[in-house]
Design a protein around this ligand. Structure first.
Ligand code: 5BU
Length: 452
C-alpha cells in the first residue's frame, strides 16, 4: 500500500467523505459529500497532511503562504510551521472598522504567495479570492489543494495560468476505497455518472423485510433463521471463538436468549469431546431457540468435503444447522452438504483479501445456483434471494492489528443491507457478556428497523 493510500484511509476514518444522497447549495443532488474540517482535529493527521502538501511544490518558489478560509486555515498554519514560510491570513469579509484590511499579517508588495485550499470544485471561490490577494500587490502562481472533486475547477484555474497541485482527486479516492471494500460498485458508478454531468438517479433504498424474505424462502434453514429473527427481534449471530468446552457452554448460556445463531470454530477447542461438548450445546440451542453455525469454511473437492463434513471427531453433519463453505471447489463440491444450510464465502472482511469483485461475481453465481446454499458471507451487497451474513462488526474498534476490518452494525445494514451481523470479540471479550449481547442485538435490530 502506498503512503498516500494508507494516509487516505486514515483520513477516511475521520468521516471526511460520505456516500449517499446530498443536496448541494445549488440544489443539485450529489452522490458524495466531502468535509475536510475534521482533519484539523487530529494533530498527527494534520502534520502528515501538511508534509504531503508541501511535497507537491518547491517551497523556494514562495515567500508567503495563505489558506482560503476556513477549512484550509489550519492546513496553511501547519505548512507554515513545517516550511518556515510566513503565514498571511485572508479574511472572509473586510473589517468594517479600523484598517478595513482583507489580508492580515506581515508582507510586502511583489512577494509570491502559495495558496492552500481544502477542496476544489468549480474553482469559482478561488477565482474570487485570488484577486483580493493580488490587490495587495502579492502575486499568486500556485495553489495546493487536498482534494479535486473533478468538476472543472482545476481546468478553469489552469486555463487562467495558475498551477494547481492536488493531493487526491475523487477518482483516486474511489479507487482506493473500492480496493479496501469501503465503497460499493453501485456508489462508484453513481459518482462517475455525476462527474460526467449526468443527473444521478437514486433508487429508493428500501430493503426486503424478514417477513418478505420468509415468504420467498425455500430452504428449511433459511426459513428457520428468519422465523427466529422475527420472533426474537434479533439479527445477531455471536461468534464463540473460545478454547474450552466450559467457556463455550457458559457463553452459549449467556448469549442464547438474544441470538439467532451461535457460530463456532469447533476445531479450536482444546478439550473437544463429542458427548461433553456437542450434546449440552445442542440442548442449549433447543432451550434458547438458536441455530448452530459451524464456520468450517470447507475448501476442497466434493469427496473430501463429504468426508470432512461427516467424519473425524467433530462429525459436523450430526449437529450443525448451518456451515460455511468456500465455493472455490466449484458448484458440485457443495452437493455433499445435505440437511444443513450452506453459507457460501463470497467476500472476506480481512485486509488484502483476494475476494476481488471478479471473484465475488463468480462465487455468487455458484451460490445462487446451488439449492443447498441459503446465503453468503460478504462485505458487499448480494442479491436478495440469498441471505447476507456480515462479520467484521464491532461498535468500538476499527481493526485488530491482525488484518480484521470492522464496521458498525449501522454501517453494514445501511450500506450492505445485510441480514445478519456476526460479532466475536465485541461480545466474548466484553466484561459483561450479557450486556454486550443486548447492546449488539439492539444496535442490529434498530439499524434494520430504520431501513424498512
Ligand atoms: P471478531 O472477533 O468479531 O473479529 O470475529 C469474527 C468472526 O467471524 C471470526 O470467527 C472469523 O473467523 C469470522 N469471519 C470474519 O471475521 N471475516 C470473514 O470474512 C469471515 C469470517 Br468469512
Amino acid at each position: 500500500m502506498s503512503n498516500n493510500e494508507s494516509f487516505l484511509l486514515e483520513c477516511y476514518q475521520l468521516g471526511i467523505i460520505k456516500f449517499g444522497k446530498f443536496t448541494l447549495k445549488s440544489g443539485i443532488e450529489s452522490p458524495f459529500y466531502v468535509d475536510l474540517r475534521p482533519l484539523a482535529s487530529d494533530p498527527k493527521i494534520l502534520k502528515k497532511l501538511s508534509s504531503f502538501l508541501l511535497e507537491l511544490v518547491s517551497k523556494e518558489n514562495f515567500d508567503l503562504i495563505c489558506g482560503v478560509p476556513y477549512a484550509a486555515l489550519p492546513m496553511a498554519t501547519a505548512m507554515s510551521l513545517e516550511s518556515d514560510l510566513p503565514l498571511i491570513i485572508k479574511r472572509k469579509e473586510a473589517k468594517t472598522y479600523g484598517t478595513k484590511k482583507l489580508i492580515e499579517g506581515i508582507f510586502s508588495k511583489g512577494q509570491n504567495c502559495l495558496l492552500v485550499e481544502d477542496v476544489i470544485t468549480s474553482g469559482k471561490s478561488l477565482l474570487e479570492t485570488i484577486p483580493e490577494i493580488e490587490n495587495e500587490g502579492i502575486s499568486v502562481s500556485d495553489i495546493v489543494v487536498v482534494l479535486d472533486r473533478e468538476q472543472g475547477g482545476k481546468e478553469l484555474l489552469e486555463a487562467k495560468g495558475f498551477k494547481v497541485h492536488s493531493l487526491f482527486n475523487i477518482t483516486e479516492v474511489c479507487e482506493i476505497l473500492r480496493k479496501n471494500n469501503l465503497i460499493s460498485e453501485e456508489e462508484i458508478s453513481r459518482i462517475n455518472d455525476f462527474l460526467k454531468g449526468n443527473q444521478v438517479k437514486f433508487a429508493e433504498e428500501k430493503r426486503l423485510t424478514y417477513e418478505q424474505k420468509l415468504e420467498n424462502a425455500n430452504h428449511h434453514f433459511s426459513k428457520k433463521i428468519l422465523e427466529i429473527a422475527i420472533e426474537k427481534k434479533s439479527n445477531l449471530i455471536a461468534s464463540a471463538d473460545v478454547l474450552t468446552t466450559k467457556e463455550l457452554l457458559d457463553f452459549a448460556e449467556k448469549v442464547g436468549p438474544n441470538i439467532v445463531a451461535l457460530k463456532t470454530h469447533i476445531d479450536i477447542l482444546t478439550d473437544f469431546d463429542f458427548d461433553e461438548t456437542v450434546l449440552p450445546l445442542k440442548d442449549l440451542a433447543t432451550k434458547y431457540n438458536f441455530l448452530l453455525m459451524e464456520d468450517r469454511k470447507f475448501a476442497d473437492i466434493g469427496n473430501t468435503q463429504e468426508l470432512q463434513f461427516s467424519n473425524g471427531i467433530y462429525k459436523i453433519s450430526s449437529w450443525a444447522d448451518l456451515v460455511t463453505s468456500q465455493v472455490i471447489g466449484g458448484e458440485t463440491s457443495l452437493d455433499c452438504f445435505l440437511n444443513v444450510g450452506v453459507i457460501a464465502i463470497i467476500g472476506m472482511s480481512s485486509k488484502g483479501t483476494l475476494t476481488s469483485s471478479d471473484y465475488r461475481e463468480e462465487a455468487l453465481k455458484i451460490a445462487q445456483n446451488h439449492p443447498n446454499v441459503i446465503g453468503g458471507v460478504s462485505q458487499n451487497k448480494i442479491p436478495d434471494d440469498l441471505l447476507l451474513f456480515t462479520p467484521g462488526v464491532n461498535l468500538e474498534t476499527k481493526d485488530d492489528n491482525k488484518g480484521q476490518q470492522y464496521n458498525t452494525p449501522e454501517h453494514v445494514f445501511k450500506n450492505l443491507q445485510t441480514d445478519f451481523i456476526i460479532v466475536g470479540r465485541g461480545i466474548y471479550k466484553a466484561n459483561d457478556v450479557e450486556k454486550a449481547t443486548l447492546e449488539y442485538k439492539i444496535a442490529g435490530w434498530n439499524a434494520y428497523m430504520n431501513l424498512i
